[in-house]
Design a protein around this ligand. Structure first.
Ligand SMILES: NC(=O)c1ccc[n+]([C@@H]2O[C@H](COP(=O)([O-])OP(=O)(O)OC[C@H]3O[C@@H](n4cnc5c(N)ncnc54)[C@H](O)[C@@H]3O)[C@@H](O)[C@H]2O)c1
Length: 364
């Protein structure tokens, strides 16, 4: 059970030792002394164990548990709000390998969370993903090479997309990776739980999130990996889309995500039943070539980057989030740009070098 120490709100964050979960947990504990915040995690992700000290200092209780195991979640007792941040978050998970971990954690684990809330009450925030969108439809976007990046052809527009990026009504039909499919399936189960059991829930379809405490890997968290390799040294490659590094993503600093979630500690209110795209948007987007230039400036290191022209499965050349809907509904918008976000990550890589280099360095 969460020890609530007489506090008025109880907030559980599953995946709470991970990158997003630990950041949200620490910031929530910092800003809301009236809330008992607990981080629940099985420490599957390499490096998540490093956040435990950070959580403790922030006053967050840690519970070692697995979302695949209903009795582990039951041990949390009733909560006012659960923020589901646990996942196997790689878009390559299960590709050419056993898919059971990604399916059991991302789908059954999230269902276990919802079942717990059905029995005990409490609201639900689900961290979904831009990966719910159809890969073939994303591949069909009309792109041009503009300097160091791909861009959507000027003036072009279609169902759920424009120069502003990808909106919520973009196609979710067709293959979208096992990871993306688990996220879309949970979104559909949320509809059922809302209809059948009055679960109050909101869905945040996040694009690329980044910031300190992201244990970046080639297949997930590439922004921190890219900067870490520049700082610590090591190999990097422009993979796919011709190997030229023109692929583009928008990115969102995790502190901007927190700014959106923070007020929901008092209740999800009007966001109940809503699905929002969350990301940095076009003004906070970057190609790999542009990212390299930022990393060179910050690190002072001119790393040689090789080229692998073949595109990996489930990789798309361009994804920028159209955040019009969330901005209109709430007034929220990202405050941190690309440079500020990378400077924050850089500071963290320098400050925590001893413990991070074995994980983010080239020998990892
Ligand atoms: N980081 C991104 O760019 C991004 C983008 C879109 C959506 N998301 C979603 O946001 C959430 C958080 O992602 P993240 O970047 O923090 O990933 P992360 O890997 O850093 O954190 C996930 C945490 O879940 C834990 N976990 C894994 N399996 C578990 C299980 N069976 N039981 C309990 N804990 C388990 C891991 O140990 C890890 O600490 C995920 O749902 C992810 O799909 C992330």
């Amino acid at each position: 059970m969460i020890s609530d120490k007489g506090m008025t709100k109880r907030i559980a964050i599953t995946g709470g030792a991970g990158f997003v979960g630990s950041n949200i947990a620490c910031m929530m504990a910092r800003d809301r002394p009236d809330c008992a915040v607990v981080a629940f995690d099985n420490l599957k992700r390499r490096g998540s164990e490093l956040t435990l000290g950070h959580l403790k200092t922030a006053g967050v209780d840690f519970v070692h548990g697995d979302v695949r195991v209903a009795s582990d979640i039951a041990a949390l007792g009733s909560v006012d709000l659960m923020i589901e941040c646990s996942a196997e978050p790689s878009v390559l998970a299960g590709h050419d390998s056993d898919p059971s971990y990604v399916l059991d954690t991302n789908l059954n684990g999230a269902l276990n969370c919802m079942e717990h809330l059905r029995r005990t009450g409490g609201e639900f925030i689900f961290l979904s993903s831009s990966r719910v969108y159809s890969i073939p439809a994303l591949m069909d976007l009309p792109l041009i090479s503009a300097g160091e990046r791909f861009e959507i052809e000027p003036g072009a527009t279609g169902h759920g997309w424009s120069e502003r990026g990808i909106a919520e009504r973009f196609s979710t039909t067709g293959p979208r990776s096992l990871y993306g499919t688990t996220k879309l399936a949970v979104e559909q189960f949320i509809d059922e739980y809302r209809a059948a059991y009055d679960l109050r829930a909101t869905i945040l379809r996040c694009g690329v999130l980044t910031g300190p405490w992201q244990m970046g890997k080639v297949d997930q968290g590439v922004i921190t990996l890219w900067l870490a390799r520049h700082v610590y040294g090591g190999a990097l490659a422009y993979i796919g889309h011709g190997g030229e590094g023109r692929q583009v993503r928008d990115l969102l600093h995790v502190a901007d995500l927190y700014d959106l979630i923070a007020p929901l500690a008092d209740g999800i209110g009007q966001m109940d039943g809503c699905v929002y795209n969350i990301g940095g948007g076009r003004t906070v987007s970057v190609s790999l070539l542009e990212l390299t230039a930022h990393c060179r400036r910050l690190s002072g290191r001119d790393l040689e980057i090789s080229a692998i022209p073949e595109t990996r499965p489930n990789d798309v050349a361009y994804f920028v989030t159209d955040t019009t809907q969330i901005e209109t509904a709430t007034g929220w918008r990202p405050k941190r740009g690309v440079e500020e976000t990378l400077e924050d990550i850089h500071r963290w890589l320098i400050d925590e070098r001893t413990q991070l280099e074995p994980i983010l360095g080239d020998t990892a």
